[in-house]
Design a protein around this ligand. Sequence first.
Ligand code: CUA
Length: 151
Amino acid sequence: MFDKYEKGILISSILVMMLFIFSLVYSLDKKGRNITECIPFNKTYQKGRVEKIDDSTYQVFMVAKMWAFEPDKIYIPVGSTVDFFLTSLDVVHGFNIAPKNVNLMAVFGGVGKSTVKFDNPGVYKIVCHEYCGVGHQFMQGEVIVNYPENK
Ligand code: CUA
């Protein structure tokens, strides 16, 4: 039913598919950090806020809107693990913390999530990297990771 070329093409496409799946799985680290998760639609929210779970665990409920992030400054101690939740009040925005490899899209009615650990002190810029109108280039925020004694 198959001629030998068809068989060869079939086998090589299955191999490429397997390689693709393997590399996807391999690229996830053990705890699946930095992997965007989808949150149920009814868990969305309108106001940005930061919640402290314990001394080294925080949850940031981030709202993106034309043309700002809320909250736009987040203060946490060194060594904190932060769950970022992200939604938009209007158009599609981006959410990028380049040194932490965080790359999310803020969509109205939806909530994205990414978990990041901040082991080093510093100021981590949050930028909107999805064109969202005339104020796009001003849309940014900061994660300020202090030494524990400064918190
Ligand atoms: Cu928001 Cu660009």
